[in-house]
Design a protein around this ligand. Structure first.
Ligand code: SF4
Length: 420
């Protein structure tokens, strides 16, 4: 049985990307920043600085006491409570989840439990927002630690996207052509704020996940000549490239530069404008890691997440969402060796689930998603025990107008079907 990522980090912090990860998140989540393990390039924009808090008594509790308290509070709350756990969440928390999945699977899972008064989302902020948008209005959504954001989602803030959109519309115009096609549509990855999903809802745009990005781009190209894709440049590039869009027609949009750092001519030729965003976790995967894995075992199969850079996706045998990665492992045979390019908690859980296969993370350094890692069992115990006392802490409530526009973009995604 593979040790949990938390145990590995606690026992051998020197093998992790930052030895501070072995400390309790409360030691660093009250100060601005994404915490140890995040990329040095991840700068926290001002408006998204969310302090975390945890009463001291929970910080001092042993793992066993926290375990017992979580189990007891969950049993007391019964059907009133549903706990959602993302694939990238630590084992010590995910073992209490009623559903485990990716962000969209979890938001849909919440819909299947309308009798639950409270949804505790063990994931990050944008996921809790999406659950709140899709859930019944009388359900409360709780994020156990408000400091659990997503550095990629924060790389595209509403005001930068609004400014970019004004510049873009000055070049392309806003009116449809004779066939009714618009000059451009916005497409946002699920990993974005509710405000940006609402922006897409207002401007005829749509949301995508890593599972349906190609279907969503097809949907967009039926309605517009080009798209502005945010915040993840890699998912946008990898998906559009696989659909045959040439790299020269996918300029990067850097929000800190005029015209995103492009000329008007480049923008006129563009099909996909890629926002300058990325995931710190998936950016760690390299072609070198794949080369080394193949040198060690020529039979090894490599699968990576499409948030990885294009060169890494091109060098792998396959790429796909967390769901696709799970299916790839399930379809492998006993004795197969598989190197995976995605978050370490999920890889280790798959390795434990399939002990007859040799499953390993391509990145030799233990580096969990630093913001998911902020959901320590102490925070889960605290919010659950507060619920037992009738108090709702850390509730995520999306403004109703923002939620209604965001839901339009989410509903367009749900209605989009792959071409036959
Ligand atoms: S793995 Fe990357 S995209 Fe996912 S929550 Fe963490 S930082 Fe955000």
């Amino acid at each position: 049985m593979t040790a949990s990522v938390n145990d590995l980090i606690t026992l051998t912090p020197k093998d992790s990307c930052n030895t501070q990860l072995a400390a309790g998140p409360w030691d660093f989540d009250t100060v601005p920043g994404y915490g140890p393990g995040s990329s040095q390039a991840d700068q926290l924009p001002d408006p998204v600085s969310r302090p975390g808090q945890l009463p001291e008594r929970y910080q001092l509790m042993s793992d066993t006491e926290l375990d017992e308290r979580i189990a007891a509070a969950k049993a007391t709350l019964g059907e009133e409570l549903v706990i959602l756990g993302h694939f990238y969440q630590r084992d010590e928390v995910v073992k209490y989840a009623d559903f485990v999945g990716d962000s969209f699977q979890l938001a849909k899972a919440a819909l299947s439990r309308p009798e639950a008064k409270t949804i505790v989302f063990c994931g990050v902020h944008f996921m809790a927002e999406t659950a709140d948008i899709l859930s019944d209005t009388d359900q409360s959504v709780i994020l156990p630690n408000l400091a659990a954001g997503c550095s990629m989602a924060d790389m595209a803030d509403e005001s930068s996207v609004e400014t970019a959109w004004e510049e873009i519309c000055e070049i392309y115009g806003v009116d449809p052509d004779a066939e009714g096609k618009l000059p451009i549509l916005p497409v946002t990855y699920m990993n974005s704020s509710a405000a940006l999903k609402a922006f897409c809802g207002r401007h005829g745009g749509i949301v995508c996940t890593s599972s349906n990005a190609a279907t969503v781009l097809e949907w967009a190209f039926e309605r517009a000549h080009r798209v502005l894709f945010f915040p993840d440049q890699h998912l946008g590039r990898n998906t559009a490239k696989a659909m045959g869009v040439p790299l020269e027609q996918m300029p990067l949009w850097n929000p800190r530069k005029a015209l995103g750092g492009n000329t008007e001519d480049q923008l006129r030729e563009a099909k996909v404008l890629l926002w300058h965003g990325f995931c710190s976790v998936h950016r760690r995967f390299t072609v070198d890691q794949i080369t080394q894995a193949r040198a060690a075992d020529p039979q090894v199969k490599i699968i990576v997440h499409p948030e990885c850079p294009m060169e890494v996706v091109d060098a792998a045998d396959a790429s796909g969402s967390t769901d696709a990665i799970q299916k790839f492992i399930a379809a492998a045979s006993p004795g197969d060796s598989i190197g995976i390019g995605t978050e370490i908690n999920m890889v280790n859980r798959l390795a434990a689930q399939y002990p007859d296969r040799s499953i390993f993370c391509l990145d030799p350094v233990i580096c969990p998603c630093s913001t998911m890692y902020r959901i320590h069992p102490g925070y889960l115990a605290w919010v659950l025990e507060e619920l037992v006392e009738g108090r709702v802490n850390n509730q995520i409530s999306v403004d109703p107008q923002v939620a209604s526009h965001a839901k339009i973009a989410l509903d367009r995604m749900l209605a989009a079907k792959p071409k036959a």
